[in-house]
Design a protein around this ligand. Structure first.
Ligand code: NAD
Length: 498
């Protein structure tokens, strides 16, 4: 059985900890490897290695950093297929989808290649007579990234390109469910010329995370995962005096007005609900129809959902793969059962799906529930699986109120041909990322990604301009270069301009 280890100081190591966790191939339902779970000694080693590397890396020129990022972009681009296949084998998603996640992650690397421009400071000449003021930003030190299973390449790439470009050193704690791709990313950094110790990986679980959050040499923590964990990470890391951004879970609505192109809306809804088996933080899990849109949309969505080809992520004809673990499968089926018991109508039923040749795989088929009400568990909880709940309401204002009464605020979409309705909607909803006829509005790398309410704890969104701000802190300098022997102008009063 293959062992997946850590990456510390530019080298792979399995460390000393005897604790391991199984890594599955979700399509076959068999264990493909064991991942080691870091204890105190590996965490200390990784963080102190990163702290030593920081001394030199923080002094590296912007030109050197940009060149390494360009090289990373080129090498990762060449290895895209390999990265996508590794992701598919451990996560389950289809290879084309995995390629898409790597591509979107690389867009953050491309953004970070512009770090000389991004870190330009401000300068004000002659703020007072003979006095100038300027400001610039400096890195924080050792930054930790703790990431979820559902985007094992992209979510880490939301963090480390900018953290490293800003002059920090990085310790990644990937999800223990699909850890292999992280080690390929480490190899790419090495080949790109990143000095050893700037990028490190410790594999692990909750115990490893707690060691990282408590380590005195860690300056900042970026977390992406489920809401209860995000909240506890935010609280613990903040209490320890660290800068922290913690992105949590989601319940993303799509509102469909009767004036929308319903074929277009149905197509996009189905892709957004069932792509990656619904295991996306921006997946649409609640389709909310207004008035007469309900029946025709349900019919179109159900037809499309029934025709989705479910199979191994490695099979080129598959449109949707398995879910990540047997436990995830059971949890999702449990929610469908609960929905049915609480009065929802199971229009398309993904329970009990068997994929020929993959009888032990962790498959749940696309599921559409109609007549869902807001008190039901399927609506209240994040299911994180291929389950689309349909709700019916009567107006855009009701839609805004519905979205705003949900504790999550990650993404939302509206399908309409009315600019007035779309504008009222995007201005009214308390949600971080909004799509207008766009079901998964993940912002481009030069904007920033983040939700509101229980979908984000902390002030900063990830990547884009807010990422640069998160991974740096500002200095403001006020400078005077008087002529020699001049002491004119000193005052015992608080200084003002003149
Ligand atoms: P998770 O919260 O279970 O795990 C995330 C990370 O936290 C992993 O590295 C895991 O090892 C670690 N972890 C698990 N339990 C922990 C604990 N008790 N204490 C400390 N660390 C712990 O999430 P997941 O199941 O891997 O990923 C799916 C979740 O992530 C969903 O809720 C999804 O919405 C969310 N997500 C959010 C975004 C976003 O941008 N908001 C993006 C991707 C995923």
């Amino acid at each position: 059985m293959r062992t997946i280890g850590h990456w510390i100081g530019g080298q792979a190591t399995n460390g000393q900890s005897a604790r391991t966790s199984p890594v599955w191939n979700p399509a076959t339902g068999t264990q493909r490897a064991s991942v080691v779970l870091a204890g105190a000694s590996e965490v200390d080693d990784a963080v102190l290695t990163a702290a030593r590397a920081f001394e030199e890396w923080a002094e590296s020129s912007l030109t050197v950093r940009a060149r390494i990022l360009f090289a990373y972009r080129e090498i990762a681009g060449r290895r895209l297929d390999e990265l996508a296949e590794i992701i598919s084998d451990e996560h389950g998603k289809v290879v084309a989808d995995a390629r898409g996640e790597v591509q979107r992650g690389l867009e953050v690397v491309e953004f970070a290649c512009g770090i000389p421009q991004l870190l330009k400071g401000d300068y004000s000449d002659q703020v007072s007579t003979g006095v100038d003021a300027f400001s610039y930003r400096q890195p924080l030190g050792v930054v930790v990234g703790i990431t979820p299973f559902n985007f094992p390449a992209m979510v880490p790439m939301w963090m480390y390109p900018l953290a490293i470009a800003c002059g920090n050193t990085f310790v990644l704690k990937p999800s223990e469910r699909d850890p292999s791709v992280s080690l390929v990313m480490a190899e790419i950094w090495k080949e790109a010329g990143l000095p050893d110790g700037v990028f490190n990986i410790v594999q692990g679980d909750v115990d490893t995370v707690n060691l990282l959050l408590d380590h005195p040499a860690v300056a900042a923590v970026s977390f992406v995962g489920s809401t209860p964990i995000a909240r506890s990470i935010y609280e613990r890391a903040s209490k320890n005096g660290k800068r922290v951004q913690a992105l949590g879970g989601a319940k993303n609505h799509a509102i469909v007005l009767p004036d929308a192109d319903l074929d277009f809306a149905a197509d996009h809804l189905v892709a957004a609900a069932f792509g990656s088996a619904g295991e996306r933080c921006m997946a649409i899990s609640a389709a909310v129809t207004i008035g007469s849109a309900a029946e025709p949309l349900l019919e179109k969505v159900s037809k499309l959902a029934r025709n989705i080809k479910v199979g191994s992520g490695r099979d080129k004809s598959s449109e949707m793969g398995p879910v990540v673990t047997d436990a995830a499968k059971n949890r999702i089926v449990g929610y469908i059962n609960a929905g049915e018991e609480q009065g929802a109508r199971v229009v398309v039923d993904g329970r009990g799906l068997i994929v020929p040749g993959y009888e032990s795989g962790f498959f749940v088929g696309p599921t559409v529930l109609d007549d869902v009400k807001t008190h039901m568990d399927v609506y209240r909880d994040e299911i994180f699986g291929p389950v689309l709940s349909m709700l019916r309401i009567d107006s855009v204002d009701e839609a805004i109120a519905l979205v705003n009464s949900n504790p999550y605020g990650n993404g939302v979409a509206i399908f309409t041909s009315s600019g007035e309705a779309a504008r009222r909607f995007h201005r009214g909803v308390n949600v971080g990322m909004i799509g207008i006829n766009v079901p998964i509005p993940v912002p481009m790398a030069y904007y920033s990604f983040g939700g509101w309410k229980d979908s984000l704890f902390g002030q900063s969104h990830v990547y884009g301009p807010e990422g640069v701000a998160f991974y740096t802190r500002a200095k403001a300098i006020t400078a005077r270069w008087p002529k020699r022997k001049s002491n004119a102008g000193a005052s015992m009063s608080f200084p003002t301009s003149n």
